[in-house]
Design a protein around this ligand. Sequence first.
Ligand code: NAG
Ligand code: NAG
Ligand code: NAG
Length: 396
Amino acid sequence: MAVAERLGARWPPSRFLFVVVVLLVLMADGALLRGEAMSVGINYGQIADNLPSPSRVSWLLRSMQVSKVKLYDADPHVLGAFADTGVEFVVGIGNENVSAMMDPSAARAWIQRHVQPFLPNTRITCITVGNEVFKGNDTALKANLLPAMESVYQALGALGLRGRVNVTTAHSLDIMGNSFPPSAGAFRGDVVPYMQPILGFLAMAGSPFLINCYPYFAYKADPGNVPLDYVLFRPNAGVTDASTRLTYDNMLYAQVDSVYAAIQALGHTDIDVKISETGWPSKGDPDEAGATPEYAGTYIGNLLQRIQMKQGTPMRPSVPIDVYVFALFNENMKPGPASERNYGLYYPDGTPVYNVGFRGYLPPMDDMEYSESTRKAVHLLALILILIASIALNLS
Ligand SMILES: *[C@@H]1O[C@H](CO)[C@@H](O)[C@H](O)[C@H]1NC(C)=O
Ligand SMILES: *[C@@H]1O[C@H](CO)[C@@H](O)[C@H](O)[C@H]1NC(C)=O
Ligand SMILES: *[C@@H]1O[C@H](CO)[C@@H](O)[C@H](O)[C@H]1NC(C)=O
């Protein structure tokens, strides 16, 4: 108050108010455009026939202050809608296209068509080659994965993009043969021959290891014995790993550390582990325990708090967890049990499924596409008006 009074004494109250309003507008606008508040990422899946247009989603994500988005493809409409927003993108090459990428010219053509045209305006920083390849039974695909990753990496180099775009793949947790206690984490025997050279590639290329982690699956499989507090990040005594003496108060961190241990067992301490998917369904079939909005909100809300605290896992306390939440929307066309269609933070109409403090806003424009150039023009006009008003007030 003292400051305001002092300023008020020198400036007429109306001008003081005006300056405050201008500052607030600039601050709010700047935060919206840069989306600098949250270091959480969101998976933007589109297996649905009722989702809003990418340009509306661009507003929603920026109003949520989300600065990282992961796609399962490289949808040009999405990448275009996020030009000049500063939002960072992971784009994906689907499993059906992995083998074709072994051909260097195909890899090069894919990048030239799906990545290069959007750079640098849209910040694409990572390409995932395949998703959960070791979950399936396609042995040709498993064998082709690394050559495809190498080919994409070479193509990035040839196009002068190496260092600006990482190349990796995302795994499901069932690559693990053992994940408890975390220090005894080990890959499945049949996965090791593929994983050993993949780790060599990731270390050489300086790319992260991506893992999709769902403590929900463990709870659903055995709700009578898996403590809900431990999977939902609620206060609990935790579990101590006897060989490291490290205590885990939640299952997600134990899963991540088991992956670090498995990687280390194959000779690598030089690879970052990032969580490319985690989430909790808000609804499920009658036999899917724990799929409620209350538990989903608790899981995501508590996870966001830990991300904001920049916590690391017990084995890597100084490396803040890096997480992409699954998923932005409920996706009505996903196959499988009901839970699969109910992982979204939002319904397709932009209303939140539960409240975890995202202040997301989906603009109600269905037909009129509010393009990026319109947004920029409005922004520029506002700045010019403010400038003119400031000058006028100073001269008066
Ligand atoms: C990816 O695979 C689909 C289905 O086989 C095919 O139609 C499409 O052309 C492929 N895309 C690229 C870029 O290779
Ligand atoms: C893979 O093969 C095993 C054994 O043949 C079978 O039990 C399993 O269901 C298969 N998995 C998939 C994803 O097809
Ligand atoms: C690539 O991944 C590494 C390891 O996680 C990270 O340090 C680096 O910032 C990433 N590069 C880009 C362009 O995001």
